[in-house]
Design a protein around this ligand. Structure first.
Ligand SMILES: [Zn+2]
Length: 84
């Protein structure tokens, strides 16, 4: 590692990288951009995660091809395999 070169606290990027900036916590702008995108996909809290999960479950149920169908077909395959 090159001495006296500021490095991001989250990744391996250092200040020699092009267009790099660090925030007050020492996180580079590349990481900041990534974290910002990530929060759109990953729920920030457990409550929010559950809410999104329930939404998905409801969507699958409404589509008429719910997890029950998937579960029963998996069971059928398993019992067929066991019967051999
Ligand atoms: Zn970084």
């Amino acid at each position: 590692m090159i001495p006296n070169v500021r490095t991001c606290v989250r990744c391996i990027m250092d200040e020699t990288a092009r267009d790099i900036e660090f925030d007050e916590e020492g996180v580079c702008n590349y990481c900041a951009g990534f974290l910002h995108k990530q929060t759109k996909h990953i729920a920030p809290t457990e409550e929010e995660r559950q809410r999104r999960l329930n939404g998905l479950v409801e969507m699958v149920k409404r589509s008429g091809r719910g997890s029950a169908t998937i579960a029963s077909s998996a069971f059928r395959e398993e019992s067929t395999a066991a019967g051999r």
